[in-house]
Ligand binder design. Structure first.
Ligand code: CP3
Length: 356
């Protein structure tokens, strides 16, 4: 079929996909919508599949990855699939001793805190993520016209897990290393950028249609620290994947103060959490980029009347952002789908956005 027609890059050709149109500044046939964490615990069919299989084990099983990734596309008719994986998968694949603990998140056996720890940190080689590449190939065959978003964790967010040893509220150890031993810090972020680049390149070679870099915890930093200690490494990631020619999305939580810098780092699309209305965000990002977001996920629990009203506010702010120079809008939540969300509400949001 048309979608399988070889593109010069070997990539699928999806000129009518609303997500890609919005990201590239073309006019989409309807407003594209997808949800961060759409593949996961809000879906009973996901819980059933995962009942007997650990999170990381699932991430290295191509058939399971393919099926879990497709579930929300079938159910909600979202405009993109996002690869079912996790930001720590490339670290695990490279040999870092870690696990994903339900209700907690990634837990690292030996936190990385010294120059010797950083020297010992393995870098990913693409062959170590063959099961993920295989899953991507299965998916692009199955997905027909729906784009597949690949992703990776940004160097800072990965560093936060490695240095703290697990999830952290205040990132004390991470910031102590950053300010106390800047050379070790930059060596660590450089190594993590190498791994992130290798992971994204493996996904791109297997055919993903867009990529999102999650710097989920970058909002913990001042803009000056972000620019000095983090941005050069994320910039290198974006630069190294630019030749693939696919839209690059950059997202973090609580990053209202960093939106300009996160756009400058090389993104085509800037993801905005729920704290900054999109018509304010456009002023910080500047013209010429698309925006993604940004319904407060908590809204999904407030009853349909409230959801409808709040979706309307996001769309109205997005329209003002488009008038102010944003080249496109991709509807999303301001962060991931909470596990106890009623999936029917998500399906109704998709319909509502498509009818807008
Ligand atoms: O739509 C999707 O779900 C795509 C797959 C996806 C997962 N993690 C699956 C997952 C994606 C894109 C991620 C990225 C990720 N992982 C991020 C960046 C996004 C963000 O939330 O800001 C971060 C920070 C992580 C680290 C991580 N992994 C956390 C904080 C958790 C939650 C721990 C918990 O149990 O509450 C995980 C585990 C995880 N990743 C789950 C899923 C579906 C839950 C594990 C399970 O189902 O048992």
């Amino acid at each position: 079929t048309d979608t399988r027609r070889a593109h010069p890059s070997g990539r699928r050709h999806l000129p009518d996909a609303p997500l890609l149109a919005a990201a590239e500044g073309r006019r989409p046939r309807h407003r594209p919508v997808w949800f961060m964490r759409q593949a996961g615990r809000s879906l009973p069919e996901y819980r059933e599949l995962r009942a007997t299989t650990g999170m990381l084990e699932s991430c290295f099983n191509p058939d399971l990855v393919c099926e879990i990734t497709l579930q929300p596309v079938r159910r909600h008719r979202v405009d993109a699939a996002i690869l079912f994986s996790d930001i720590v998968v490339p670290l695990k694949a490279a040999g870092v001793d870690l696990d994903i603990v339900a209700g907690v998140g990634p837990v690292i056996a030996h936190p990385v805190r010294t120059a010797a720890d950083v020297r010992a940190l393995p870098r990913l080689v693409p062959e170590q993520v063959t099961p993920i590449s295989d899953a991507v190939r299965l998916l692009v065959d199955e997905l027909d016209q729906t784009p597949l978003i690949g992703f990776a964790g940004a160097p800072f967010t990965l560093a936060s897990y490695l240095v703290e040893g697990g999830p952290s509220r205040n990132h004390e150890h991470t910031k102590a290393l950053m300010h106390g031993e800047p050379e070790t810090w930059h060596a660590l972020l450089g190594a993590l950028a190498d791994t992130t680049i290798a992971f994204l390149q493996a996904q791109l070679a297997a055919g993903v249609d867009a990529i999102q870099l999650f710097d989920s915890w970058a909002g913990a930093l001042t803009e000056a620290d972000y620019r000095e200690f983090v941005m050069p490494h994320s910039e290198r990631v974006f630069a190294e994947v630019a030749n693939a020619g696919v839209p690059r999305i950059h997202f973090g939580v609580g990053t209202g103060e960093l939106l300009g810098a996160m756009g400058e780092a090389g993104a085509d699309v800037v993801g905005v959490d729920w704290r900054v209305p999109l018509d304010v965000a456009v002023g910080r990002v500047g013209p010429g980029k698309a925006l993604q977001g940004n319904l407060d996920p908590a809204t999904l629990f407030a009853g349909w009347d409230v959801v409808e009203r709040e979706v309307g506010k996001v769309l109205a702010a997005a329209d003002r952002a488009l008038e102010a120079g944003a080249i496109g809008h991709i509807f999303n939540l301001g962060h991931g789908v909470p596990p106890d969300t009623d999936p029917e509400v998500l399906t109704r949001v998709v319909d509502l956005v498509h009818r807008s």
